[in-house]
Design a protein around this ligand. Sequence first.
Ligand code: ADP
Ligand code: MG
Length: 843
Amino acid sequence: MKLHWDGLTSEQVKEQRDKYGINELDKQKKEPFYLKVVHTILEPMFLLLIVASLIYFFLGEPKDGLIMLIFVVVIIAIEIIQEWKTDQTLNALKDLSAPKVKVVREGKTIEIHSEELVPKDLMLIEEGVKVPADGFVIKANDLRINESSLTGETEAVWKIICEDFKGNVNDELDNYWREDYVYTGTLVTTGSGTILVDKIGSQTEYGKIGKHLAHAENTPSPLDLQIGKLVKICALVTLAFLLLVAGVTFINDASLDLKSRIVQSILSGITIAMAMIPEEFPVVLMVFLSMGAWRLAKKDSLIRKLPAVETMGAISVLAVDKTGTITENRMTVTELWPLYSENQTRLTEVMGLASETDPYDPMEIAILAYDESEGWSKEKLFNGELVKEYPFTDELKMMGHVWNRNNQIEITVKGSPESLINISTLTDAEKRSTLEKITAFSNQGLRVIAVGEQLVQTIAEVPETIQKCQLTFLGLIGLSDPPRATIKNDIMQCKKAGINVVMITGDNGITASAIAKQVGIPNADHSLTGIEIDRLSDDDLGEHIKTTNIFSRVTPEHKMRIVKAYKQNGEIVAMTGDGVNDAPALKYADIGIAMGKRGAEVSREAADLILMDDNFSTIVNTIEDGRRIYDNIKKAIGYIFVIHIPIALIAFVGPLLGIPQMSLFLLPVHVVLLELVIDPTCSVVLERQPSEPDIMEREPRNPKETILTKSLLVKSIIQGLVIFLISFFTYYLMLQQNPNNDSLARTMGLTILVVANLFLVQVNSSNRLLAIQTFKTLIYDKVIWLVLGGTSIGLLALIYSPMNDVLGLSALSLTQLLVCIVLGMVSVLWYDLVKMVKNKTSI
Ligand code: ADP
Ligand code: MG
C-alpha cells in the first residue's frame, strides 16, 4: 500500500468500517425490549397488580379485572418511556465525555470519537493520550509510551519510526512489543507521533487479552445502598401489615362462605401491599441524578459517574491546582535578572533555546513571545540542529535542549531555580545574590525560572542525563500569571459553605503564598513542600494538613498522599488534576476533577467530573447544584413517604372498622391510580426546584447522614397523618350518612387526597419558602403546569365522565367539589404556618 499523507477519504472510511466494524473493545449488550417488559412485570408491584386482576376475573368480575389490566399496560408504558428517557440522557452524557482522537482524513486534521477509527487511518497522538488503536509509528517526536497496562513494565518506552514498513497492514505480527508500533490501552507520556492504524477493537493486543473486562465494576453508591435499605425495611413492614389485614378481613367476613372469605382477605392484603411498597424510591433517585447530570452538562460541568452528583454536595475539602485553575494560565515574562548584566542578551537567547520549538505550555509560549519582542524570532533562534532533548519531568522540574549551532554544541537548560543551582557552578556570593532575587520575585507572586548553559565541542561530550551537566548560571526570569477575576469571590463562597479550599502547585512556596494571599486562601503564610511531605509519616501528615492550605513543589505522587491524608481525617475530598500522572490521585479522590481544555486525556478518563471551561467558578456552581439535587432527592423521598401514609392507613383501617370490601375507601384500582400515576408525576415538580436561598451557607452534608433524617421522618409522619384524618373522616362521615352511596363517599375522599397531593408538592418544595412562593419561582415552567393541570383535569375527567361508574366513583355537586378542594388544601397548607413560625424564630 502506498502511504497517503492526506489520510483516508470518507468513502474509504466507510469501506473500512464495513469490513472491520467499530473500534470498540466490548460490544455493549443492549437489553432487548421484551426483556425490559419482563423485568418490569417481575417487580413486586406489578405481580400484585396482575394477581389482583386475575382474582377479579376469577370472581367473575371481568370489568374490574380489565381496568386493572389497562392500568398495568399504562404503567408499564410510563415506566419504559421513563427508562428510555433516562437511558437517552445517560447516553448523551457518555457521548460527550467519550474519548476523542485526532486523525488526518482528506487532508484535514479533525477530531473524531475513538470508536470511529478504522484501519489505515492516520491518527495523531500526543502526551497524555491513551492510545485508542494499534498501529505503526510513521512519525515520532520525542515519543515515549508507558506500556505497563500490557507488559507490566513501568519504564516508558522510546518509540522509533517504523523503517521496514512494507504496508502489510493487518498482517500477523511475529515480533511482540515492537518499538516502532503502538498498542491500544498504553499511555503516551511525552512527545507526539503520527500512527498508521493497523488494528482496532478486539483485534488489538489489548482487545485480545480482554484485561479491560476486569475494570468494569459497578459498585452501588452509598445513596443506592441507603435507598435499597429503606425499600427493604418498608417491604418488611408491608409484609407484616399485609398478614394482619388479610387475617382481620378473614375473621370479619365470617358471614360469607370460605371461598369468598379467602378471596376478600387476599384482595385487602394486596391493596395494602400496593399502598405500602415504596417502588418509586429507586426511580426518583435514578431520574433525579440523571436529570441533574444533564443540566450540569449544559453548564460546562460533565459528570462521568452518576453518583458523583450526590457526592458533590458533601465535599468538605476542595484541593485545586494553582496554575490554570486559580490563575488564568496566561503567563507573561515580567522580570529578567541576569546574574551579570553583560549576560542579559545571552540570557534572553538561551531561555528561548531551552524552550519547546513548537510550544503549547503557556509558560513556553510566554518565553518565546518575550524573545520575539526582543528580536529573537523563532527562525533566528532555532536555526541550528536540535541534537538532544532532556524532557521535563515532575521530579527534576527542569528541561534542556542541546543545539548544534554556530559550530559548537550548546546545552541550554531552564527550570526551577533549586534544581538548576544544583547543577550549576556558582560561587557562594553568586548563590547568595541569586537566592535573594528568587525570594524577591517569589514574594511578588511570580513564577521564577532559572536559565543556564554549557558549551562543549563534540556531541560525545554531551552528558547522558541532565543531572550530569555543569552549567554556567545565566540568570532568572519572573513570570506573572494573574489570578482569575472571580476567584476571590468563589473562595469566599466556599468558606461560607464550610468548604476548605486547598492549593496545590509545583511552584515554590513563596510564590504560592503570595498568590494565596491575593485570592484569600486561609493559612496563606506557610506551605508544606513535597520534600517535607516525604519526611512525614501518614499520621503526622494528617495532623499537618489541618492547618495547611498550600502544598508547594509537589509531584503527582504527593497529591495521592495528600488526598489519602484528608480522607483519613474523614473529609470528602474533591481534587483537580490535569497531568498524565494525576490519574491515580483523581481516581482516589472522592471527586476527581479533570480539565476539559488543558487536561491530559487520561486524567479525563480517571475523573468523576470534567470541567469543560477549566474554571474554578464552575466547580463552585457544581457543588451548589450537587447540594440542590441532593436536597431535592431528599424532598422527593419525603414527599413520597408522606403520601404513602394516608393511602396505607386507609387500606389498613377500613377492614379493621369492618367496612365491607365493596364499600372500602380505596379499592385496588384507586391505590394504583394514586400510587403509580399521581405521585410519580408530582415528584417531577420537585426535580425542578431551584436551590434554597441558604444552600451555600450551610456546612457540607454529613456523608453518614441518612437521607430520611429523624426530623424529616417526624415531619412526614405528621403531614401524612393529617391528610389521612381529613380524607378518611370525610369519607367515613359521608358513608355513615348514606350507607348505600359508597361511591359518593369514596369520590369525596379521593378528591381530597388528589388535591392534597397537588398542594403537598408545593408545600414540600422548600423548607423555608411558602407554597405560594415556591409556585411563583416556577410559574413560567411549562412542565409544572402540565403536571398540575394534567392531574387536575384527569381527576375531573374520572369523576364526571361516564367512566366514573366503572371506577366506583360518582359525580360531585359543585359544593361537594369545593368542600373537597378546601379540605385538601387545608390538610397540607397548615405546614406553611409552621414554616412562618420557623422563619420568624430563626431570624
Ligand atoms: P504547576 O503545579 O503550577 O502547574 P508545574 O508542575 O507545571 O507547576 O511546574 C512545577 C515547576 O517546574 C515550575 O515552578 C517550574 O519551576 C518548573 N517547570 C514547569 N514547566 C517547565 C518548563 N516547561 N520548563 C522548565 N521548567 C518548568
Ligand atoms: Mg503546569
